[in-house]
Design a protein around this ligand. Structure first.
Ligand SMILES: [Zn+2]
Length: 183
């Protein structure tokens, strides 16, 4: 999101040249440059042996399950975001976080940098938040089929399968789109 007005004092921003960034929106009153940066969010694949935690949120995808996700908020580390979001959305505790890389998503209004993790289940019982339509464990071999609309999520699950040293074929049976498993 490119800033046009100062979020502090409301005045129209000027352009200030920063030698490595080019023109950057700048408020001379508050002396702040407002860089055009993406919003950080986390996506977490919570794993419990051969199970993976999936959610349904039909405002995102009508016919697809997704991984747990949430925005990083001020004052917390990304690792804290992972623990907080997993607990808020599912009631579970996790441990052994492993960073799996990032995904960049942009549509006309939002630019999001998704920091992706896998984490091990570390206790608690599933307790769905009101934000979430449905949350439960799925077998890791069914995840790609159940997440058919979520391309980013499926890329993360493929990384998880590698991390788990999965050598079977069953998990990938939907890659040719012939599976019509109902979610
Ligand atoms: Zn200002």
């Amino acid at each position: 999101m490119k800033f046009k007005y100062c979020p502090i004092c409301g005045r129209k921003l000027e352009e200030k040249y920063s030698w490595d960034e080019g023109g950057v929106p700048y408020c001379p009153k508050d002396d702040i440059m407002f860089f055009d940066t993406p919003t950080p969010c986390v996506i977490v694949a919570v794993i419990n042996k051969d199970q993976i935690l999936l959610l349904k949120q039909s405002y995102i995808y009508k016919n697809s399950k997704v991984l747990l996700s949430g925005y990083v908020t001020n004052g917390e580390t990304v690792e804290q975001t992972v623990h907080r979001e997993v607990f808020e959305e599912s009631g579970l505790k996790v441990k052994d976080l492993k960073y799996l890389g990032s995904e960049y998503v942009s549509n006309n209004k939002k630019e999001i940098i998704m920091l992706t993790f896998m984490a091990k289940y570390d206790g608690g019982k599933i307790k769905k938040s009101s934000e979430v339509e449905w949350v439960n464990w799925s077998h890791i071999e069914d995840a790609l089929c159940e997440m058919k609309e979520d391309e980013v999520g499926k890329r993360i699950v493929r990384k998880v399968l590698k991390e788990l040293n999965y050598t079977g074929k069953k998990a990938y049976r939907c890659d040719d789109n012939s599976c019509d498993r109902d979610v």
